[in-house]
Design a protein around this ligand. Structure first.
Ligand SMILES: [Zn+2]
Length: 250
């Protein structure tokens, strides 16, 4: 952890004098540094980037006092007139998780397309010809779990290729049983930048007290991606969330 920012929580520094509450101004240099990292982070999408920036702003820059806690400052930074629950919804989008191919529409070109072999060339589709696959609309799939990551690979088949489906299902059975829990591939960006009790925050966002973080942890920087170097650890800001402060996010 780098130079942490303390938000007037005396118990963290019993030996030091408590810092007076911030009333304005803030640490522009720190904000610029973190904002630069956030803009460079290509894991962030158009929902999580504004949220990360609002967190950074609230922690480094926003005037905080008895009335305005850090969560209220986040809400105000995003859009003061925004609807109730927006912060919660955006935090929910950052819940660390694994999303299999096809989970989002348009993320898997072979979604619901038969992968059975094609013998004759398709008259209109170069892609299917190149892949040498049937390409008919498919109703059923076999999920193959990859040994290193536990990530899913879907194999879709049409009714005509039912025999292939059965064969592939048998082929992957043993591999699937020994596959690890999938490495998360979405969310987990807030804990890369800010320290907090994230399990508690994500549970709040989900409205589910029984939610458990992935076995690989909640921090996206820590998740292994085969063939890629680990993401360098960032200097995290210490964001301390009080019990009542979370209510200010709504
Ligand atoms: Zn087919």
């Amino acid at each position: 952890m780098g130079a942490a920012l303390h938000l007037a929580h005396a118990h963290q520094q019993p030996l030091k004098k408590r810092r007076p509450k911030r009333t304005g101004g803030g640490d522009g240099t720190k904000f610029a540094e973190v904002a630069h990292q956030i803009y460079q982070d290509d894991r962030a999408d158009d929902r999580t980037r504004p949220l990360l920036l609002a967190f950074a702003y609230a922690v480094t820059m926003a005037p905080l006092n008895e009335e305005t806690g850090v969560w209220q400052a986040i809400h105000k930074a995003l859009n003061p007139s925004s609807y109730k629950g927006q912060v919660r919804e955006l935090v929910r989008a950052d819940v660390p998780r694994y999303e299999p191919p096809g989970y989002r529409w348009g993320t898997d070109r072979l979604d619901k397309i038969c992968a059975g072999p094609r013998v004759r060339p398709h008259p209109h589709d170069d892609f299917l010809n190149e892949m040498k696959i049937c390409g008919a609309p498919a109703q059923d799939k076999v999920v193959e779990k990859l040994p290193g990551t536990g990530w899913h690979k879907n194999h879709w088949f049409c009714v005509r290729h039912r025999g292939h489906l059965v064969r592939v299902r048998d082929q992957v059975r043993e591999q699937n049983e020994s596959a690890p829990a999938p490495v998360p591939n979405r969310g987990g960006l807030l804990p890369c930048y800010f320290d907090s009790d994230w399990v508690r925050v994500y549970r709040w966002a989900l409205g589910n007290d029984r939610w458990e973080p992935p076995v690989y942890g909640s921090i996206a920087d820590d998740w292994p991606v085969p063939g890629q170097d680990p993401v360098p650890q960032r200097a995290r800001l210490r964001l301390v969330l009080g019990g009542t402060d979370l209510d200010g996010a709504e």
